[in-house]
Design a protein around this ligand. Structure first.
Ligand code: DHB
Length: 391
């Protein structure tokens, strides 16, 4: 098999890249190790920055998002029993975010790709990316029990943190930057209308809690839990009781309970792989960088990467200049590090670290007070949350 762009992985990065290339008239083949049901049901975050929603629309993939996604003009911060609303459009010159689950984005892009795009192979496991430093990189893969080779002009590794693409980078050119956190998030989906019409980020001495949603009838909630927690340790009633404690306010707000339909624990880490390009192999999304979930930047960063790649390759085709492809890693990493900074700051702002001193606890509260009291501090949060430009 031969193609212009071999794409490893059919998460949002790989699927959107295939779509952007298709729209630009560039052919690609997508290899995904899992089956379609798995790719369509992975539960991830659900907040699309304004720029992400705009890219999906421009790619012809925004119809269902515009019909069923929820536009959110703010979030609520809760701390010390108080509530403070951050008004995004007022602070950012009109920007907002869209609540639309990543898994729905994937379903939309898979349907489009299968109907209109190039080959998208499920249960096609990439085994290795070879000859990345030559002008004929290849992906060795196994599909339906048979080994095969995909010959490409370019390979884009969209195969996540545990994928094979980044293992093709020589150790001598690679630098990894990382941080782990001594806690994770226990996440639930529940069949109950969200108890607030916007997301609530709560800092409590017992730990962080987040109230989010998937639709007007489905709530998504998270609790900070110690690293290594097994979701089965948490009975449903215990989860609701703990959410009640951490989300409690002084003004009698009430959390509605409902049947929990899913429960899982997300580990938290920051990770950046530099550079994001080696020869004709490019990394995009989680293959290159992981952010802690606070602020929901992961999907939006992946979108920034593939937009950058698709633009750069189109520029090369149209002008013969490889300048944008050559700048890919540096261009992406500027945005990646802003998102790493934002996600770390949001995490530090809202999660009491195990063993934190009383001094650190007071500082955390003072930072929240500052956001509530200063338009400048609040604007910084609103700009980061609604997203950094793709340009
Ligand atoms: C969701 C996840 C996040 O990490 C976040 O900051 C907001 C919302 C979610 O899954 O809905």
């Amino acid at each position: 098999m031969r193609t212009t762009v071999g794409i490893v992985g059919a998460g949002p990065a790989g699927l959107l890249l295939a779509r952007l290339l298709h729209v630009a008239g560039i052919d690609s083949v997508v290899l995904e190790s899992r089956d379609r049901a798995y790719a369509e049901n992975r539960q991830r975050a659900g907040i699309l920055e304004q720029g992400t929603a705009d890219v999906l629309r421009a790619a012809g993939a925004g119809e269902r998002m515009d019909r069923t996604g929820l536009r959110h003009d703010g979030i609520e911060l809760r701390f010390a029993g108080r509530r403070h609303r951050v008004d995004f459009p007022a602070l950012t010159g009109g920007r907002s975010v869209t609540v639309y689950a990543q898994t729905e984005v994937c379903k939309d892009l898979i349907a489009l790709q299968l109907a209109q795009g190039g080959p998208l192979l499920f249960e096609a496991e990439a085994l290795a990316v070879e000859d990345a430093a030559t002008d004929r990189p290849r992906v060795r893969f196994r599909h339906e029990g048979v080994e095969d080779v995909l010959e490409c002009d370019y390979v884009v590794g969209c195969d996540g943190f545990r994928g094979v693409a980044r293992t093709a980078f020589p150790a001598a050119v690679t630098r990894v930057f990382e941080r782990t956190y001594p806690f994770g998030w226990l996440g639930i989906l529940a069949d109950v209308p969200p108890s607030h019409d916007e997301l609530v980020y709560a800092r409590h001495a017992r730990g962080f809690a987040l109230l989010s949603m998937r639709s007007p009838s489905v709530s998504r909630l998270y609790l900070q839990v110690p690293q290594g927690t097994d979701a089965r340790e948490w009975a449903d009633e215990a989860i609701w009781d703990e959410l009640d404690r951490r989300l409690a306010t002084d003004d009698g707000w009430k959390l509605e309970r409902g049947p929990i339909t899913q429960k899982s624990v997300t580990a938290m880490r920051s990770h950046v792989h530099e550079p994001m390009r080696h020869g004709r192999l490019f990394l995009a999304g989680d293959a290159a960088h992981i952010v802690p979930p606070t602020g929901a930047k992961g999907l939006n960063l992946a979108v920034g990467d593939v937009v950058t790649f698709a633009r750069a390759l189109t520029h090369q085709r149209d002008t013969g200049s490889s300048a944008l492809l050559d700048a890919y890693s540096a261009t992406c990493l500027r945005r990646v590090w802003q998102a790493e900074r934002f996600s770390c700051d949001m995490t530090a702002l809202l999660h009491p670290a195990p063993g934190a001193t009383p001094f650190e606890e007071r500082l955390q509260l003072a930072r929240l007070e500052r956001i509530a009291a200063s338009r400048a501090a609040e604007t910084d949060l609103a700009e980061g949350y609604t997203g950094f430009s793709f340009d």
